[in-house]
Design a protein around this ligand. Structure first.
Ligand SMILES: Nc1nc2c(c(=O)[nH]1)N[C@H]1C(S)=C(S)[C@@H](COP(=O)(O)OP(=O)(O)OC[C@H]3O[C@@H](n4cnc5c(N)ncnc54)[C@H](O)[C@@H]3O)O[C@H]1N2
Ligand code: MOO
Length: 413
């Protein structure tokens, strides 16, 4: 058997990224949809939002105290306070009139500053009076007055297209009375697990296992900002597999197909045997885990990425090839995981000829990283206890405890 050279990881990353971005670009951006504000958290904003009104909408008090004319209290000191008669209270939410010259009005935080007032004196430097008030310190014009538009001016771009909507962004939209938001449509992903060993029954029979990859990849899709439209299983039968894919794609609601299993060198490689003749490319990438990979277009339009079946290989391949490419395609502002430099807690030996991604635990406080479990691709239990991947370049010198390494922080949003 001849062996083709392994494809370098960056080359396959570019390949998958180009595949997923095909058909989208500045002229044909990812489609958008309108969702209620309550469902917008975590979504990518589809178009910029300009402030429909100033924020705050009216001059209001930043303190509980007294609305005054600064000139009326200009000479106030603790030894020589100024006494003013107190007009009607201004609680927050109350409509407000004017401030008569030479008087003060009690005002609460957030209440509208009356016309004529140009400063608020906080209650702490007064005697708190309700008929008259003794003011013990002068305050400059504008003190504790939050002027209209001082946060966001009317018409100002408050959120840029392509940002993600977290609590602060959702909050500012609510402050403007925005009820619906235009967001990028979540990429719709069909997840297909392959393998006759996968049991549908709760109790697998002899030689059978449960489908871990379906749930794992559906969760990965959702975590990346996509939606796993359907999660299916198919046995190792090429005709059944192809019929299933053709039927699913006919529904027209799938942006990407992810398969797992059936891509290596065995006798029953359903994915490779079924999709190879349809032009999907199967290669070996210089990576461990995740060496065998497939990618191409189904029906000339829908990208398919075929991941290896070992669960650790499937998830690592997802992280390295699919997640960044998918997020880039639909315009997520942070397609990549954060990569940090951290100090190894124990020695590691890089592989010859393959880049290796080792499951690890990252201590973000101390900047240290501990390999977590063996390097083999069957150790899903160990992966479940990890929160990072140590990225070891191929052919590196042996690393000692205390050496710095690149680490992908899987906890990054
Ligand atoms: N002779 C060779 N054998 C293998 C090679 C090779 O180059 N030459 N590559 C190895 C590598 S590396 C990997 S990775 C695997 C990839 O295998 P496949 O993608 O063909 O996957 P399967 O054979 O179907 O399954 C592999 C392994 O994973 C389990 N599996 C599959 N699907 C699921 C699932 N949905 N949930 C849980 N576990 C799953 C499956 O039972 C196998 O144990 O090939 C090596 N072999
Ligand atoms: O390359 Mo495979 O994904 O290690 O086991």
């Amino acid at each position: 058997m001849t062996t083709a050279p392994l494809r370098p990881v960056p080359e396959h990353q570019r390949h998958v990224a180009a595949l997923l971005a095909a058909g989208h670009g500045p002229d044909r951006p990812w489609p958008t949809e309108t969702v209620p504000l309550e469902q917008a958290r975590g979504r990518v904003l589809g178009e910029a939002v300009a402030a429909p009104e100033p924020l705050p909408a009216f001059d209001n008090s930043g303190m509980d105290g007294y609305a005054v004319r600064a000139a009326d209290v200009a000479g106030a000191t603790p030894d020589s306070p100024v006494r003013l008669s107190v007009g009607e209270d201004i609680p927050a939410g109350a409509p407000v009139g004017e401030l008569a010259p030479g008087t003060a009005r009690r005002i609460m935080t957030g209440a509208a500053v009356p016309a004529g007032a140009d400063a608020v004196v906080e209650v702490e430097v007064t005697d708190g009076g309700t008929d008259t008030v003794e003011i013990r310190e002068a305050r400059a014009v504008g003190s504790f007055v939050r002027t209209a538009g001082s946060d966001v001016a009317q018409g100002q771009e408050v959120l840029a297209a392509g940002c993600t909507l977290g609590p602060a962004q959702v909050g500012v939209l609510a402050a403007f009375g925005v009820r619906e938001v235009v967001v990028r449509r979540r990429p719709r992903v069909l997840v297909v697990s392959t393998g006759s060993e996968l049991a549908e029954d709760p109790a697998p029979g002899s030689g059978q296992i449960r489908d871990a990859n379906g749930a794992l990849l559906a969760a990965a899709v959702e975590e990346a900002g996509g939606v796993a439209v359907r999660k299916l299983w198919v046995e190792d039968d090429v005709a059944t597999f192809l019929a299933l894919l053709d039927g699913e794609l006919a529904a027209g609601d799938v942006d990407l197909v992810i398969t797992s299993g059936g891509v290596s060198a065995g006798a029953y490689e359903v994915v490779k045997d079924g999709l190879g003749p349809r032009g999907v490319e199967f290669v070996k990438v210089a990576m461990q885990p995740g060496m065998p990979q497939g990618s191409g277009l189904l029906h000339r339009t829908t990208p398919v990425v075929c991941l290896p079946g070992n669960p650790v290989s499937a998830l690592t391949s997802w992280e390295v090839f699919v997640r960044p490419a998918l997020r880039l395609a639909f315009g997520h502002p942070r397609p990549q995981r954060t990569v940090v430099r951290a100090t190894l807690t124990e020695p590691l030996e890089p592989l010859r000829g393959k880049r290796q991604l080792r499951r690890a635990r990252l201590d973000r406080a101390t900047g240290t990283v501990a390999p977590w479990g063996p390097p083999g691709s069957g150790f899903l239990g160990w992966f479940a206890g990890a929160d990072a991947l140590i990225d070891l370049p191929a052919d590196g010198a042996p690393l000692a405890a205390g050496d710095p390494v690149d680490v992908w922080d899987l906890a990054t949003p």
